[in-house]
Design a protein around this ligand. Structure first.
Ligand code: PGA
Length: 252
């Protein structure tokens, strides 16, 4: 059985006041969720301690990025061990904004994944094609290659700490989403790739991300290979985020 997960990636948004407001709402409404979905909050690193303080409510906390080194003279970086030390259980790696704006390569991403799982974090590896790649018919090839390269350093016993998030770049923050059928088809392709690299693919959660909102979440989450969502903009609004969490089908 795969864990269903809804993760909120706040990106570079938020404040002490917003941490207080969102975590108290989410914390108090979580108890009424009956679908067994796991919630993860991924605020900017500086706000992690404030979110961790509220995490007794039952949600996990993550960072948006970690260093590809263990420790040392890397000014401005945060290590996987530090994320664990401060109370995180998760990290995003390879978000498309990091790939595009910070020129992260597949090799760096693989090193970050390795640091994360070695430290005991669960890594959410983000993959996704650009619009040009989709139009050129290479989306599946690009995404499969990102999965293979990003997870190259994961050893057999570390697969329980791996989650994949499929986020078509053209759907992030644009209001455009993949159709539920297109997203499902890519999730099947990702699962096939996971199998081919030796992962227990049927046990790896694959999340969909890119303009997920309360109104499109039910159709996406009804797909058999979509195990939840990675939510950007809508995770900053408590009502919208909780509606998305409620859209995960229960009874599994
Ligand atoms: P969005 O972002 O929901 O605002 O499109 C998703 C993401 O980048 O993780």
């Amino acid at each position: 059985m795969r864990q269903k997960i809804v993760a909120g990636n706040w990106k570079m948004n938020g404040s002490k006041a917003l941490v207080q407001q969102l975590t108290s709402r989410i914390g108090s409404e979580m108890a009424s969720l009956e679908n067994g979905v796991g919630l993860v909050i991924i605020p900017p690193a500086l706000y992690v301690p404030g979110v961790v303080e509220s995490s007794s409510a039952g949600f996990g906390v993550g960072v948006q990025n970690i260093a590809c080194w263990e420790s040392g003279a890397y000014t401005g970086e945060i290590s996987a061990a530090m994320a664990i030390d401060i109370g995180c259980a998760y990290t995003l790696v390879g978000h498309s904004e990091r790939r595009q704006l910070f020129a992260e390569t597949d090799e760096q991403i693989a090193a970050k994944v390795e640091q994360a799982v070695n430290a005991g974090l669960t890594v959410i590896l983000c993959v996704g094609e650009t619009l040009e790649q989709r139009d050129a018919g290479t989306a599946e090839r690009v995404v499969s290659a990102q999965v293979r390269a990003g997870l190259a350093n994961v050893s057999d016993d570390q697969w329980p700490n791996v989650v994949v998030a499929y986020e078509p770049v053209w759907a992030i923050g644009t209001g455009k989403t993949a159709t539920a059928e297109d997203a499902q088809a890519m999730h099947v392709a990702i699962r096939r790739e996971l199998k081919s690299i030796g992962a227990p693919a049927d046990n790896v959660s694959i999340l969909y991300g890119g303009s997920v909102k309360a109104d499109n979440a039910p159709a996406l989450f009804a797909q058999p290979d979509i195990d939840g969502g990675l939510i950007g903009g809508a995770s900053l609004k408590a009502d919208e985020f909780m509606s998305i969490c409620r859209a995960v089908p229960g009874g599994y």
